[in-house]
Design a protein. Structure first.
Length: 163
């Protein structure tokens, strides 16, 4: 049985593709890539069909991550096949929970930085789109810091499904 994780931000060209790339790498490093599927989407359709932001791609490449990505919009019907929907900020969390067809589906939505114990109360990953390259570096750092905790949670869920 495949465990499916989808990262969601606004336009699906910055934050969620960065999270998708980093988490996919963590899943592969952990040897879980045969069991865990990772993708991403946006709450809106502004950039649907576009590649990831060149600044996101550049930062990922410089840090050893790969990404082949085309932006798409999250659809309510996807909840049925997803195990975990990871929002990059509180606005996405709220939008996704409203979009969820059932309470069980709404419970699948979590904030990425909630998996980073050092994040404290500031659980949003700021949108780097309107800023400079340093915002993309900061985004990558926040995603990397939360990925260990997320991987531990996913590993626990996957092992629970297998046994």
């Amino acid at each position: 049985m495949t465990y499916r994780v989808c990262f969601v931000c606004t336009g699906n060209i910055c934050r969620s593709p960065i999270a998708e790339s980093v988490f996919r790498a963590r899943v592969e490093e952990a040897g879980l890539d045969a069991l865990v599927e990772v993708d991403s989407a946006g709450t809106g359709d502004w950039h649907e069909g576009e590649k990831a932001d060149p600044r996101a791609l550049s930062v990922l490449k410089e840090h050893g991550y790969a990404l082949d990505h085309t932006a798409r919009r999250f659809e309510s019907s996807w909840f049925a096949r997803l195990d975990l929907v990871i929002a990059l900020d509180l606005g996405h969390l709220t939008a996704l929970r409203r979009l969820a067809p059932t309470g069980e589906d709404a419970a699948k939505v979590r904030l990425l930085r909630s998996y980073d114990p050092a994040a404290g109360d500031d659980l949003d990953v700021p949108d780097p789109y309107y800023g400079g390259r340093d915002g993309f570096e900061e985004c990558l750092e926040m995603v990397e810091e939360a990925s260990s905790g997320l991987l531990a949670a996913v590993r626990e869920d996957v092992e629970g499904q297998v046994t």
